[in-house]
Design a protein around this ligand. Structure first.
Ligand code: ZN
Ligand code: ZN
Length: 333
């Protein structure tokens, strides 16, 4: 008899006792219906506060160092309106990304009764997450920070203190876009301000002393550049993910090569909520998720049980996905 390392057994579970209720106790503190989604993670909360602080710092410098002391009222009013509108949309998108359920799978639904009710046919499997005791639909992954399985999880972002998944990807994309835009706008205004002040008397172009003005502007420049680069790269990656219908996790694993992908335009419309309109840029208008899952969504098809055995048990070193995995309940032919 061939010896198989013990961790291989962990991945596939054929004994029905495994799903007995006493062996699959849903974690406590399940969220009562109707309560707000908020992840209690110290690092994430700190990062989210830093994000708000940095946007408010930029607001302060733009308004009180550059625009209000300026004698060109038209320039000040137009730039002030544009900058404030973009900053407001960025912070609103941040709140929506942080406080929207990214698509969490109901906790503790991997009960024997539920699996029996799915009436698995030969070759069909359900994947069970041992960490949150739920059945994972296709493309769902367990997030160790959120302690939940998230549908179409892209990644966990500490800056928005939440996972980016099926339901909140739109807000995350808008957040990166508006932050990139205010960073670019602030950099252009700092450029104009420096040019203007070099030509004129330094004492007249800000209500602060010249050294303080220079320090505040240089800090804003540094912040703007850093955020412009970071958020534009993130925005590009997200748009690419949506257009190719492939999440960040799937791209890293390339595990969904056999999966049939939706067309790019369909995927974009699904993420942003319907046909193209101004609402795509509106963080207050949400996509029509979460779509309720049907019985079919919980079940995955494999070509044969032996195929499952190969894919589930022959990996020598468990990859990231393997560590994250789940047990599969297979119906023998
Ligand atoms: Zn899970
Ligand atoms: Zn998460």
């Amino acid at each position: 008899m061939m010896l198989i390392p013990t961790h291989h057994f962990r991945d596939i579970e054929r004994k029905p006792e495994y799903l007995q209720p006493e062996k699959c106790i849903p974690p406590p503190h399940s969220r009562p219906a109707g309560t707000m989604w908020f992840i209690r993670d110290g690092c994430g909360i700190a990062c989210a506060i830093v994000t708000w602080f940095l946007v408010l710092y930029a607001e302060f410098v733009v308004l009180f160092v550059m625009l209000i002391p300026s004698r060109d009222y038209v320039y000040s009013v137009i730039n002030g309106l544009v900058f404030n509108l973009l900053a407001f949309l960025a912070l609103a998108s941040h709140c929506r990304a942080m406080l929207t359920d990214p698509g969490a799978v109901p906790k503790g639904n991997a009960t024997k009764e539920f699996i029996e009710s799915l009436q698995l046919k030969p070759g069909q499997v359900v994947y069970k997450c041992p960490k949150c005791c739920s059945i994972k639909p296709d493309r769902a992954h367990h997030c160790s920070v959120c302690k939940r399985c998230i549908r179409k999880m892209d990644h966990h972002c500490p800056w928005v203190n939440n996972c980016v998944g099926e339901n909140n990807q739109k807000y995350f994309v808008l957040f990166t876009m508006y932050i990139a835009l205010i960073s670019l706008h602030a950099l252009i205004m700092v450029g104009f301000h420096f040019l203007h002040c070099f030509e004129e008397d330094w004492t007249k172009c800000s209500s602060f002393s010249p050294p303080t003005t220079v320090i505040l502007l240089i800090l804003l420049c540094f912040e703007g550049l850093l955020f412009l680069i970071f958020t534009s790269v993130m925005f590009g990656t997200q748009v690419h993910s949506i257009c190719t219908d492939e999440t960040g996790i799937e791209r890293l694993q390339r595990k969904n090569q056999r999966r049939q992908r939706r067309g790019s335009w369909k995927s974009v419309k699904e993420t942003f909520g319907g046909a193209f309109s101004l609402n795509w840029f509106n963080p207050f208008s949400g996509p029509s998720h979460p779509k309720p899952l049907s019985d079919r969504d919980w079940v995955r098809q494999v070509s044969s049980v032996s195929d499952t055995e190969n894919t589930e048990t022959t990996t020598e070193e468990p990859s990231e996905e393997r560590k994250d995995l789940d047990s599969a309940e297979v119906v023998d032919e």
